[in-house]
Design a protein around this ligand. Structure first.
Ligand code: NAD
Ligand code: UDP
Length: 313
């Protein structure tokens, strides 16, 4: 049985990926320091006999006796609210944390996949964004701790491939949503659903004309899983190409929740990207992967999840 290590396992995507790998008969070692993760995700995974957990900050070195066949490095605050609250932790986990994980991959001679992001494209000047676009990033703006952190993490990952012969893959993840996002996560889908269910105004930043392309979590993790299995080296966009404005998203969530909430327009955060849509032709051709869940269906599943979260009322 192959054994993989997932850093950031207590987080939203880490939890779902661990479940998928367990279903596919892997042994999973999950690592997390709970900076933005949830203990419940870990306790729910711990019922599985092939899962084990290490409470550990990946910016500190980690020595493992056992054979490791692959590393999925997800540890990093991902919501703008979180990385703006933890700027130094974010830079450190992208740099030192990524290097520590790559060192394990080097010493164990195992494959490594970096959870990167559409934020490496910054506020893009081309739409949709394909992997060969170099991006438009403000290197000193507040978001740079994340954007430049992930760009550094990508550079480091490529250097370990070129110079240390580590087998690497880079998943450029586009806005993913679904069950197990935290109520206080701060990203737009969870904010809007929680606000709509509480009949509170939906906080639209700026004029709401900015766009994102939202991918349902089960589609996203299948794409990451397929990339992990592939022989490909380098970055691959994994996301849903259906582009939606923030206002359209807000109105759809109000409709799907049957809510009486209104829209409340407030200040746009600095450097908030105006457009974002993945070109997923590489993932389609390389992995035979396609997102299958429509925005409406994914939102309905996510709304059902948040209705069941007892602390919501
Ligand atoms: P999340 O905040 O829910 O999970 C991140 C996890 O990493 C948390 O459990 C946190 O405690 C852990 N962590 C942070 N610093 C750590 C450290 N030093 N040591 C150990 N654990 C640490 O975020 P997510 O949405 O699950 O994102 C996971 C990864 O995917 C991140 O690397 C993120 O950049 C990337 N990503 C996610 C999205 C998305 O839409 N969800 C989009 C682009 C990229
Ligand atoms: N956003 C919003 N209201 C919120 C949270 C976010 O209008 O309560 C906007 C935000 O300004 C951005 C988009 O929604 O334009 C997506 O934001 P999110 O934080 O989910 O992800 P990211 O900015 O990293 O793509």
């Amino acid at each position: 049985m192959d054994r993989i290590l997932i850093s950031g396992v207590a987080g939203f995507l880490g939890y779902h990926l661990a479940r998928l790998f367990l279903q596919e008969n892997y042994q999973v070692i999950g690592v997390d320091n709970y900076l933005t993760g949830s203990r419940k995700n870990v306790t729910d995974l711990e019922v599985h006999e092939n899962f084990s957990f290490l409470y550990h900050d990946v910016t500190k070195q980690l020595y493992l006796e056992e054979k490791i066949d692959g590393i999925l490095h997800l540890a990093c605050p991902a919501s703008p609210v979180d990385y703006l609250k933890y700027p130094l932790e974010t830079l450190r986990v992208c740099s030192v944390g990524t290097q520590n994980m790559l060192e394990i991959a080097r010493t164990k001679s195992c494959r490594f996949i970096l959870a990167s992001t559409s934020e490496v494209y910054g506020d893009p000047k081309v739409n949709p964004q394909s992997e060969d676009y170099w991006g438009n990033v403000n290197p000193i703006g507040p978001r740079s701790v994340y954007d430049e952190g992930k760009r550094y993490a990508e550079a480091l990952t490529m250097a370990y491939y070129r110079n240390q012969a580590v087998e690497i893959k880079i998943a450029r993840i586009f806005n993913t949503y679904g069950p197990r996002m935290r109520i206080e996560d701060g990203r737009v889908v969870s904010n809007f659903i929680v606000q709509a269910l509480r009949e509170e105004p939906l906080t639209v930043y700026g004029d709401g004309a900015q766009t994102r392309s939202f991918c349902y979590v089960t589609d996203e993790i299948k794409g990451i899983y397929k990339l992990f299995q592939s022989q490909f080296t380098g970055p691959v966009n994994i996301g849903n190409a259906e582009e939606t404005s923030v206002t359209t998203l807000a109105k759809l969530i109000i409709k799907l929740t049957n809510s009486k909430s209104d829209l409340y327009f407030t200040e746009l955060p600095q450097d908030d990207p105006q457009i974002r849509q993945p070109d997923i032709s590489l993932a389609q051709n390389l992995l035979g992967w396609n997102p299958e869940t429509s925005l409406e269906k994914g939102l309905l599943e996510t709304i059902e999840y948040f209705k069941g979260v007892t602390s919501l009322s």
